[in-house]
Write a protein of this length. Structure first.
Lengths: 290, 324
């Protein structure tokens, strides 16, 4: 019943979706790796970024791919400020408080969007949105291919930044040993905020890559972020390679469970994988230790 | 008996309210307030006393509500045993989730995540499964007789939920005074140390989870009886999970009266916001989010903590004057 003519496109499409998942997960895992908190506001930030990309196109006529260069710095600054002036000071250095504060921020952002834009679902029309690429065995929508390539470019840039610059070295130092880094003269508060900013910028880029083929509404980020949580757990908390591979894997799993179980039950496939991974191997497939 | 005096006083005062207030709007406000206080007290047992922060307590609320509703509508079970079955189903679900997560050693953010995921799985299942009425929801038949656990007068509903809240207050009070409660608090403060001192952390956490789930499920059962309608969004949606954790956090996590106080504040604020800005979608939750952040910033021990800090401050400054 399911021949390779159906299965191969399902795999390829899953990989394309998975790449964007991976980018969202990359931001999450970066924040977790350094700050050791799960950022519950990640989904709400994604929704906000998708609205920003939407309005950049509608009001300013900016192509979503051009908007990346405006929104990524903007969301970087927003994330930096959020950690430096809200999450950091408010939580008094207590992990449970940080968890609650990011939850509080998620609730605020999501509902401000709901209040401002209502629950309507919006889309944009781009001339190239339905152009396809013929691979011989399957057709791929151009925006999905662009997204796939862009994610790997971002991952490469991030990797270069982390391993080649002094700031990247400082971030890695803080992730490894916070107190030691502080004694060596690294401003931990600044690094925390920087990392949070980078994670938020990843979300903004993901939003720009998604908006040409996806819709936006105030809770659109939730679906992605639960998937991103799954990926991060699957790939091992704090592991960048894990986030990339985990993202691709989850994209394929979702594509398959959608094929076999239908749309809404397909989502359950993700949750089941998520719960199962957490219960059986909470350190993830690529993580060293919790 | 002496240490029970505050609980008896508070419950007695609240019980007298319908004798003075006859407005249906006011009583409805109080019923909903007590309802989220009850759901919050459930969260408080596990989160406040035990330090295990669940982000998915809607799982228990919804299971209680659906069990009661489905037993009545589809199997013709009487509402009273239906109610008990709902509480039981919540407790069983708590035991299952607790067993899985605590056996796997999940703590902190991981525990919060998994509870959230369980609630979401249940929400999606309830929105497609025929037995729950899928997207349409389940409607309980109107039958205003005490035998069907439905009442003509809101005052009676109010006394029923108040009785449930009173029981939950007694349970929280018992945690303050029993060895089990002390173990639970020890786990909250330092789980590894508690374990090293011989506390069976797995069993204690599991016990707390079962009690917690049962209390929150009772709130769900009451919801079904009071509103006679339930759907997947109401039952398992994030809103309930948020309200269940918000009330004890605002009032004072790990205190007997925290959830009740928090529920009063949360309900008053959301009514106030609706009154000022109209009934716009999302507004209540914006207020909830802001209050959550502000409370953590300025009153990390909640309102109860704020009050006790103030009284400590007053008594210590008096002491200084006496000595000086």
């Amino acid at each position: 019943m399911f021949t390779s003519a159906i299965l191969i496109p399902a795999v390829v499409n899953g990989l394309m979706t998975g790449a964007v998942y991976a980018l969202v997960a990359l931001g999450l895992t970066l924040i977790y790796g350094v700050l050791h908190i799960i950022n519950f506001a990640h989904g709400a930030l994604l929704s906000a970024a998708m609205f920003a990309a939407f309005f950049a196109f509608r009001l300013l006529g900016l192509d979503p791919y051009v908007a990346i260069f405006l929104l990524a710095p903007l969301f970087f600054a927003f994330g930096y400020g959020l950690q430096r002036f809200v999450i950091g000071p408010v939580s008094h250095g207590d992990d449970r408080n940080m968890l609650l504060v990011t939850l509080g921020i998620a609730i605020i952002i999501e509902n401000v969007l709901l209040y401002a834009f209502r629950a309507d679902t919006r889309t944009i029309d781009l001339p190239y949105a339905f152009k396809t690429l013929d691979l011989g065995f399957t057709f791929l929508a151009i925006p999905r291919v662009v997204g796939f390539v862009a994610v790997f470019v971002v991952a490469l840039v991030l990797w270069a930044f982390m391993s080649l610059t002094d700031t990247g070295k400082a971030i890695r130092a803080v992730a490894k040993e916070k107190l030691g880094a502080q004694l060596a003269g690294i401003d931990v508060g600044h690094i925390y905020a920087l990392t949070f900013g980078l994670g938020t910028a990843c979300v903004a880029i993901a939003a720009c890559l998604l908006i040409p083929t996806y819709y936006v509404n105030p809770t659109v980020g939730d679906a992605f972020v639960l998937v991103a949580f799954t990926i991060v757990v699957l790939g091992g908390m704090g592991s960048v390679i894990g986030a990339l591979l985990g993202g691709l894997l989850v994209g394929v799993v979702e594509s398959f469970s959608g094929l076999y179980l239908g749309e809404s039950l397909g989502q359950i496939g993700i949750f089941i994988v998520f719960i199962a991974v957490l219960l059986i191997r909470p350190t993830g497939l690529f993580g060293a230790k919790a | 008996m002496k240490e029970l005096a505050p609980i008896i006083t508070v419950v007695a005062v609240l019980a007298a309210v319908p004798l003075i207030v006859h407005s249906n709007t006011a009583l409805n406000f109080l019923v909903v307030m007590l309802l989220i206080a009850l759901a919050g007290q459930g969260w408080n047992v596990l989160g406040g006393y035990g330090g295990q922060y669940s982000f998915g307590h809607a799982a228990f609320f919804g299971t209680g509500a659906y069990t009661t509703a489905i037993l009545q509508v589809r199997y013709g079970v009487n509402a009273w045993p239906g109610f008990a079955a709902g509480v039981g189903a919540g407790a069983v679900l708590g035991a299952v989730i607790g067993h899985l997560t605590f056996r796997a050693g999940l703590r902190g953010s991981y525990f919060a995540l998994v509870t959230l995921a369980f609630a979401e799985v249940l929400r999606i299942l309830a929105s497609v499964a025929p037995i729950t009425g899928a997207g349409v929801g389940t409607l309980i038949k109107l039958d205003l007789h005490a035998s069907a656990l439905q009442f003509q007068s809101r005052a009676v509903f109010y006394w029923v939920i108040l009785a449930l809240v009173a029981v939950s207050l007694l349970i929280a009070h018992a945690l303050d005074r029993t060895r089990f409660g002390a173990w639970l608090v020890a786990i909250r403060e330092n789980e590894d140390a508690a374990k090293a001192l011989g506390v069976d952390t797995f069993t204690v956490k599991l016990g707390a989870m079962v009690i917690s789930a049962a209390i929150t499920a009772a709130a769900g059962c009451f919801y079904a009886q009071y509103f006679l309608f339930i759907d997947s969004g109401i039952a398992y949606g994030t809103r309930m999970s948020i309200e269940a954790l918000l009330t004890p956090i605002i009032g004072g996590a790990g205190t007997v009266f925290g959830p009740l106080l928090g529920a009063l504040v949360v309900k008053a604020l959301s009514e106030g916001a609706t009154w000022i800005a109209g009934d716009a979608p999302g507004l209540n939750l914006i207020v909830y989010g802001c209050v959550l952040v502000l409370v953590i910033a300025f009153a990390p021990r909640g309102l109860v903590g704020l009050v006790s800090a103030a009284s400590d401050f007053l008594s210590s400054s008096k002491g200084k004057v006496a000595h000086g």
